[in-house]
Design a binder for this molecule. Structure first.
Ligand code: F3S
Length: 426
């Protein structure tokens, strides 16, 4: 791999041992991928603070310097961690102090996370604590090289914003945050951003549910491909397209897609394919829509719902407002809980706008920082949950061993107030 003089200087320890370890990691990573060089990044979204028993042990042995060295730099020794070299944000993690007593999440994990936040905050990490950093101020510009984790955020950054990032991990983002470098391969390169599959939509896709079903079917069909989606599509809003990308990154490994006329690198279908023919054409019609819905509901048998989860990826303000409207004057069924996961910054706006008061009056909660999948936490005794998120319906049954129903937001609110699942595809 070609290293610049500055890359070598960092690797040789001019900026201290942690930065040298970070460069060593990036060079090994880049060589394994056949990357020709590193590219400069000025926007890192990673995770250091997510509590875990392993981190608790490492912190007990040598503080957060040790945990960061071992987990985020793949180092053997405990290295003093300097301030981050480039703007870095913390993605979602565990539940915070204000959730103690509200969700069954271990207080010692909350304390560990508090400690971690103080450590990274002192080194210049912005603790956004959300899987949707793009909703709360982290908006890279088109063409900007980034190093982001979190599949739903990566697909949004690449596709909707036109920024450039692979789906990184805790070690590569840790190294990137201390060096401002990441191997220049995959989604960083022009020739790796053109469409590979043509998805022809032959049934109307006009709602939040439809965009989730389309994403789930497309991810399953193209796996790691780069779909170009055309056809019977209404103009999506942020919430729709957030659902689409997260679903495609769950059933498959989609990190980049194009919707001609909507996403920035695809003014036309021809541009999206870069003059090359698609590898394959995939049709999304009524049968594929129904099949995606059936797959997302194949983990549900009992119609008695004890938990409803909205906000995956973390809810937009529109989603919180719509949930408040749907819950106004109603009351959750006895024994049923409703959680809406949101970025902390947007939860503050929701509270100020009066949405949270309406949701809480009905018995629901607006919660922040985490989610059931990330924290492995649901209301005590949950056996059956309902969600309007294809991603959460895909993952949570396996993570928590519970049944799942997937449907519209209205169907989920209905389940919360009746305790029964009555959803069906229309
Ligand atoms: Fe976010 Fe959790 Fe969904 S981290 S994308 S709410 S699985």
């Amino acid at each position: 791999m070609i290293l610049t003089d500055d890359d070598r200087r960092l690797r040789d320890g001019d900026e201290g041992p942690a930065v040298a370890a970070a460069m060593d990691l990036l060079v090994r990573y880049g060589e394994a991928l056949d990357a020709e060089r590193l590219c400069d990044v000025r926007n890192v979204a990673g995770t250091t603070t997510q509590p875990s028993p392993v981190k608790a042990r490492l912190v007990a042995e040598g503080g957060w310097d040790r945990a960061f060295s071992i987990i985020n730099l793949d180092a053997d020794d405990t290295l003093p961690i300097p301030p981050m070299a480039v703007p870095t944000c913390q993605l979602q993690h565990g539940f915070g102090r204000d959730a103690v007593g509200v969700v069954p999440y271990a207080p010692e994990m909350v304390a560990l996370q508090d400690d971690a936040e103080a450590f990274v905050g002192a080194r210049g990490v912005s603790v956004l604590a959300t899987c949707t950093p793009y909703q709360v101020g982290n908006l890279p510009v088109r063409g900007e090289h980034c190093a982001w984790m979190e599949s739903s955020a990566v697909v949004y950054a690449n596709s909707v914003l036109g920024a450039r990032t692979n789906c990184e991990g805790g070690a590569s983002t840790g190294a990137a945050s201390l060096t401002g470098r990441i191997p220049c391969w995959g989604n960083h390169r022009d020739d790796e951003r053109r469409g590979t599959h043509h998805v022809r939509v032959e049934t109307p896709v006009a709602s939040f549910l439809d965009w989730g079903l389309l994403g789930y079917a497309v991810g399953d069909a193209v796996q790691e491909g780069r779909p170009v989606v055309t056809g019977d599509l209404a103009l999506p809003d942020l919430t729709d397209i957030k659902h689409f990308g997260a679903a495609a990154a769950s059933s498959g490994g989609v990190e980049l897609y194009h919707v001609p006329g909507v996403t920035p690198e695809a003014p036309t279908t021809e541009t999206a394919f870069g003059g090359r023919p698609p590898r394959e054409t995939v049709v999304f019609g009524p049968a594929e829509r129904r099949a995606a819905h059936e797959r997302l509901n194949d983990q549900g048998t009992s119609e008695d719902v004890d938990f409803v989860l909205l906000g995956c990826p973390h809810a937009s303000l529109d989603q919180i407002r719509d949930a408040a409207r749907a819950l106004e004057g109603r009351r959750l069924a006895d024994g049923t809980e409703l959680w809406i996961m949101a970025p902390r910054a947007l939860a503050a706006v929701a509270e100020r706008s009066g949405y949270t008061a309406v949701i809480e009056a009905a018995g629901g909660r607006v919660l922040t920082d985490s989610c059931p999948a990330m924290s492995r936490t649901a209301p005590t005794g949950t056996r059956v949950f309902a969600t309007d998120s294809a991603k959460q319906a895909h993952y949570l049954p396996a993570i928590l061993g519970i049944e799942a129903w997937f449907g519209t937001t209205a169907e989920c609110v209905d389940a919360a107030v009746t305790g029964r699942w009555r959803g069906e595809l229309r």
